[in-house]
Design a protein around this ligand. Sequence first.
Ligand SMILES: C[S@@+](CC[C@H](N)C(=O)[O-])C[C@H]1O[C@@H](n2cnc3c(N)ncnc32)[C@H](O)[C@@H]1O
Length: 197
Amino acid sequence: MNNFDGIAWCYDFVKRLVFGDVLDQASAHFLSKIPPGSKVLIIGGGTGRILNDISGELQITYLEKSANMLRRAQKRQSTSVDFEHIDFLDFQAPQKFDCIICPFFLDLFTQEMLGNVMLKLKESMVPGGQLLVADFSHRSSVLLKVMYLGFRALSNIPAKSIPPIQEMITFSGFHLIDSTMFLNGQVFSSHFRHVSN
Ligand SMILES: C[S@@+](CC[C@H](N)C(=O)[O-])C[C@H]1O[C@@H](n2cnc3c(N)ncnc32)[C@H](O)[C@@H]1O
């Protein structure tokens, strides 16, 4: 499975060198939609840049599989955050979350694996909960695909191509509320709501 420990030290530098601050802008785009007082789960937040952009009275749980990424996130912590060093697929949520944030996390999985990840996301949230996702579009340019494959090689990501993330999310029973594109449609930021049965 993927391992970001080896590249945690240079991850932000390389990300900014290649994409500027576009990926961080995409991750932050819908954060203002989270109602105050919400229980929020951030999955795969990396070095924690997103913690600088999130504000308000929120109860945040921050899951990271990479110890090195997590250590960096803990250093820049501004508000009170419950940091957990764990693989999301092994996480037993002690509570259901009002909002789950996946910033450049879902592209790490193959389309087959994403089915299980989506089930787990739904189990972890309250009915009608919100899902904020920023990620690469599977219709991205050749250049972006090459860069994705570079990161994939360095961090041992199993996915060989960018999966159709937005389609998988709506197929899994989420309703798209709003979406914005960056980099000519190669990166998206989307706000979904869980459709309760
Ligand atoms: C592509 S990086 C994105 C980091 C950050 N969100 C950003 O946009 O800069 C993916 C992050 O997800 C973490 N990760 C990968 N698989 C995970 C899993 N199963 N559970 C929790 N975190 C995971 C990695 O360690 C890495 O920090």
